[in-house]
Design a protein around this ligand. Structure first.
Ligand code: RTP
Ligand code: MG
Length: 141
């Protein structure tokens, strides 16, 4: 087990459902600490840059349109195996395939409006955290 950090985004659909607190409680109960956080409206350029790895995919435009459809809550989570632990809490990308009790099973409506983002590997976590937070804004405790 390794102490890790991961980037989490509560997407516009879940923010609109007013479940930021319920999702934060799941992080906390799993032993993940919120070590940076920002609530904001992403610009189109920010969303396109964040999901640049998907820019050639057919769903890219819909993904960016969705991510800028309302404000998001962005956080860095820290804990043992934080990257995999957060992905387990999230559930599968398509909420129809997500295990019962996961965030996506409980709060997501579709593969497009799927409630949360979580980094998928250590390398992407480091890049994604730095995309939104200065090093001095991420504070372990
Ligand atoms: P995320 O990056 O948002 O945490 O989601 P993920 O790792 O589970 O899924 P990823 O493959 O990275 O895809 C990013 C987002 O693009 C949308 N998507 N749509 N229509 C489709 O086939 C499709 N595939 C992916 C999803 O909203 C996914 O969260
Ligand atoms: Mg992904």
């Amino acid at each position: 087990m390794a102490l890790e950090r991961t980037l989490s985004i509560i997407k516009p659909d879940a923010v609109a459902k007013n479940v930021i607190g319920e999702i934060y409680t799941r992080f906390e109960k799993a032993g993940l600490k919120i070590v940076a956080a920002r609530y904001k409206q992403l610009s189109r350029a920010e969303a396109e840059g964040f999901y640049a790895v998907h820019r050639e995919r057919p769903f890219f435009k819909a993904l960016v349109d969705f991510m800028i459809s309302g404000p998001v809550m962005i956080q860095a989570l820290e804990g043992e195996d934080a990257i995999a632990k957060n992905r387990q809490l999230m559930g599968a990308t398509d909420p129809k395939k997500a295990d019962a009790g996961t965030i996506r099973a409980d709060f997501a409506d579709s593969i497009d409006a799927n409630a949360v983002h979580g980094s998928d590997a250590a390398e992407t976590a480091a890049v994604e955290i730095a995309y939104f937070f200065a090093a001095t804004e991420v504070v372990s405790r």
